[in-house]
Design a protein around this ligand. Structure first.
Ligand code: GLU
Ligand code: ZN
Length: 321
């Protein structure tokens, strides 16, 4: 009988996607486009779509914003398929990952101040422009006296000791082949900050693995983090999902949204307003065939958008091959 039951499983969508907002502000045109893109990609693939609240960076989080974002998603008909998880409830999982890396001597504590890093890089002629991330020069890599277990002292940053020659290659479903030389472009990056907060790079990788995420669809602003995450997946023994980074939000005239426009929260006051917000998000995603979105329910609109997304993906595939 057990056999019969397992063969009756619903057509199992192996696809598991997610949207992972930080509760630092309400959904705006840009974040709605990311949410919609990942929802559509999951639906178009008969997949499962999850929502995870990335609330680790406490100083930047706004109280109640998690519930607000969830209500905004619901108003837009973007309903998640499993329970929402909060990163603040996942601290044990991050700690075990750090302990594993420590026992493998793959992380080390760093006492450098920003100022010290900057002056050393500048003395070495390696200082980058101010708006660019600096490549950590590895100052603290060799000074650590290894202990049996990860020391609990929290006032230190912990960095990942990159293995040599880590040029990471991956194919982004939207942007095509990508590569990054982690040692040359990033350096030993922080997995736990000196203020005790687990870094985004570690948390995202642990959670994506724990939630069995197979497809990550998110904004192109995160493309430059992907090689780090793929590297972390490999050292932690996790599978690497497929990545699709959505182009930055453009306005209907094909121009980048100004900070002002982008930061304005979407209007979900009534059906018409929601449809308008979805329609704008669809345009940002390049779903130009959606019509004007009038006189429809949100569910009908989303169904049409799912078909349009499938067409878009096919078209993109054709231009990439
Ligand atoms: N929480 C991140 C953000 O809001 C997104 C993380 C991700 O999708 O990997 O920018
Ligand atoms: Zn250091």
């Amino acid at each position: 009988m057990i056999l019969a039951v397992s063969s009756l499983k619903p057509p199992h969508p192996r696809y598991r996607g997610r949207f992972a907002p930080s509760p630092t502000g309400p959904l705006h045109a840009g974040s709605l486009a990311s949410a919609l893109g990942s929802w559509l990609d999951a639906r178009a693939n008969q997949g499962t779509w999850l929502v995870r609240i990335e609330d680790l960076d406490v100083p930047r989080c706004i109280t109640g914003m998690d519930q607000h974002i969830l209500a905004q998603l619901q108003a837009c008909g973007l309903i998640w398929d499993e329970e929402v998880i909060w990163q603040s409830n996942q601290l044990k999982a991050y700690q075990s990952a750090l302990e594993m890396l420590y026992s493998d001597r793959q992380i080390y504590p760093c006492t450098c101040s920003r100022q010290q890093i900057t002056s050393l890089l500048s003395a070495q002629g390696k200082l980058r422009a101010r708006n660019q991330e600096q490549v950590y020069p590895g100052t603290c890599r060799n000074g650590h006296v290894w202990q049996a277990r990860l020391p609990s002292s929290s006032a230190l940053a912990w960095r990942l000791a990159l293995k040599p020659d880590q040029e990471i290659h991956f194919a982004d479903a939207e942007f095509g082949p990508q590569k990054q030389d982690l040692n040359g472009d990033v350096g030993d990056f922080v997995l736990r900050r000196a203020d005790g907060i687990v870094a985004y790079q570690l948390a995202v990788v642990v959670d994506d693995a724990q939630q069995g995420i197979t497809h990550i669809v998110r904004g192109a602003d995160l493309l430059s983090n992907t090689a780090r995450q793929i590297y972390l997946q490999s050292v932690l023994g996790y599978p690497t999902p497929q990545y699709r980074h959505l182009p930055l939000v453009l306005d209907p005239h094909g121009e980048k949204l100004s900070k002002q426009t982008q930061a304005t929260q979407i209007n979900t006051a009534n059906n018409a307003a929601v449809l308008e917000a979805l329609q704008a998000a669809a345009l940002h995603l390049g779903l130009s065939e959606m019509g004007d979105g009038q006189d429809q329910t949100i569910a009908e609109w989303l169904l049409r958008a799912t078909h349009a997304w499938t067409d878009r993906t096919k078209q993109l595939g054709r231009t990439q091959n």
